[in-house]
Design a protein. Structure first.
Length: 111
C-alpha cells in the first residue's frame, strides 16, 4: 500500500506512515450486496414465469458487477431483482385468486 499523504510505500498493518508520520485511516468493509437469486428462482417456478425470469436475469448480474468493481451497477441490479421478484409474487397470488374465484363461481352456477 501507499500513504495517501506523501505517496511513499508502507506496510499494510501500520497505523502511521513511517515517512511522514500521518495516521493511516481505516475504513469499514463494504456491506455485501444481496443478489435475491433464490427468491427469484422460487417465484419463477411457483408464481409468475415471465416476471420471475426477469428477476433471475437481474439477480445473476449482481455478483459479476460487484466483483468487477461496479458497485452502483450491482446495487441497481439488486434493486431490480428484488422489484421483479415481488412483482412476480404479487402477480402470481392475484392470478391464483382470480382462478379460484372463477372456479367457485362456476361451481355455484352448476348447482
Amino acid at each position: 500500500m501507499y500513504c495517501t499523504n506523501c505517496g511513499q510505500p508502507r506496510a499494510d498493518d501500520v497505523t502511521a506512515c513511517p515517512n511522514c508520520g500521518r495516521r493511516i485511516p481505516r475504513f469499514a468493509p463494504a456491506k455485501p450486496i444481496p443478489n435475491y437469486l433464490v427468491p427469484s428462482i422460487i417465484v419463477t417456478f411457483c408464481c409468475c414465469l415471465p416476471f420471475g425470469i426477469v428477476a433471475v436475469v437481474y439477480a445473476a448480474q449482481v455478483n459479476g458487477k460487484a466483483a468487477s468493481g461496479d458497485t452502483a451497477g450491482a446495487q441497481a441490479a439488486s434493486r431490480n431483482a428484488k422489484m421483479w421478484a415481488w412483482a412476480a409474487f404479487i402477480t402470481g397470488v392475484l392470478l391464483n385468486l382470480i382462478v379460484v374465484g372463477i372456479n367457485v363461481i362456476s361451481a355455484l352456477h352448476k348447482s
